[in-house]
Design a protein. Structure first.
Length: 147
């Protein structure tokens, strides 16, 4: 029979509690920091950035990367990547969106002039918590038309 001293059990409990805390913290969803409720892109005019409506909530500060992919629809109905933009921002709960959000602003002022066609915008945010694994938020806009 193996005997363990009382202090040995205390260390075991501390190790188990530590691992339980790490696992519980890793399970915290991205929505704890950031939620995107809707990204709607209005139909637009060729070569002009379409206007967007975005509803989001920043609950807690975080540093995050974002990637915006604009996909264009082919004649066969499938979509392909038309242009991509990426960047890094510090997000704070008191950060507001501008009064008018358009595709140029959404892509970090990287011009993505859209010729006539049908499009969709996909956005991915990667949240970098200080002591936790990265978290992701993905949103896809409606399909919109440029004439």
């Amino acid at each position: 029979m193996i005997r363990t001293s009382r202090s040995g059990w205390n260390w075991l409990y501390i190790v188990i509690a530590g691992w339980a805390t790490v696992i519980a913290m890793a399970a915290v969803p991205a929505s704890w920091w950031f939620e995107v409720h809707r990204v709607h892109v209005h139909d637009g005019v060729a070569l002009m950035p379409p206007v967007m409506e975005v509803e989001r909530t920043i609950h807690y500060p975080f540093r995050g990367r974002w990637i915006v992919t604009v996909l264009r629809q082919r004649k066969d109905g499938r979509f392909y990547t038309y242009c991509t933009a990426r960047g890094v921002n510090d997000y704070q709960p008191d950060n507001d969106l501008p009064e008018v959000v358009d595709l140029d602003w959404w892509t970090g002022w990287r011009k993505c002039p859209l010729p006539e066609g049908r499009y969709v915008v996909k956005t991915l945010w990667t949240i970098h918590p200080q002591v936790l694994p990265d978290k992701e938020v993905r949103v896809t806009s409606n399909v919109f038309e440029v004439r």
